[in-house]
Design a protein around this ligand. Structure first.
Ligand code: 5GP
Length: 204
């Protein structure tokens, strides 16, 4: 049901053969911000759009930020084997990566990026040979806690839940091929892009 979106192809040529890169890391480290910077400055990289049972936040568009599904709709995707990986994140909503667009994009030779949680990254390691795993980490755990609280979009109960998740996730760094410190979004994005075999943009 999901196809790779041909309109996202920049037509700018392919610097490297398609390779799947997985970006994971603790809650509130800024994975989403790095992914947004990739989308804005590096259109040659294809970014997976996940499916989720979480309701949309203001400004989020179905099919752009996520494919929003109800529980039954998500069940159908799981049963049909359409998800490359999926997980319950923060003990709440389900999130998953549609399989076919990833396979299509890699077959085209285009570099592809998944921004997913740790549980999902572990599943991809089992399911996809040759994927490359990048751990995005904060300058310190203190800084992570500041970012977690500073975002202010969750209830205190939700923040506690996310902090517990973050501590567990920080311990997973050794499972990854490389780590990138998210001290500055553009710098971290450019480092990620270099690992993906592209030349970082000089100005945008
Ligand atoms: P949010 O609800 O704030 O958009 O995302 C919450 C978390 O879900 C983030 O840590 C994000 O990395 C993770 N996530 C987003 N999409 C996926 C996915 O397709 N699979 C998995 N396993 N996690 C995802």
């Amino acid at each position: 049901m999901f196809g790779a979106d041909a309109t996202t192809d920049s037509g700018s040529g392919l610097p490297v053969p398609g390779r799947l890169t997985v970006l994971a890391g603790p809650t509130a480290v800024g994975k989403g911000t790095v992914a947004a910077d990739i989308r804005r400055r590096y259109p040659a990289i294809w970014l997976s759009v996940s499916v989720t049972t979480r309701p949309p936040r203001p400004g989020e568009v179905d099919g752009v930020h996520y494919h929003f599904r109800d529980e039954a709709g998500f069940d159908d995707l799981v049963a049909a084997g359409e998800l490359l990986e999926w997980a319950v994140v923060h003990g709440r909503h389900r999130y998953g990566t549609p399989r076919r667009p990833v396979e299509d994009v890699l077959a085209q030779g285009r570099p592809a990026l998944l921004e997913i949680d740790l549980q999902g990254a572990r599943q991809v390691r089992v399911n996809m040979q040759g994927a490359f795993f990048v751990f995005l980490k904060p300058p310190s755990l203190d800084e992570l806690v500041r970012r977690l609280v500073g975002r202010g979009t969750e209830s205190s109960e939700e923040r506690e839940r996310r902090l517990r998740t973050a501590e567990v996730e920080m311990a997973a760094e050794a499972e990854f091929d490389v780590s990138i410190v998210n001290d500055d979004v553009r710098r971290a994005t450019d480092e990620l892009v270099s690992w993906m075999g592209l030349t970082p943009a000089e100005s945008h």
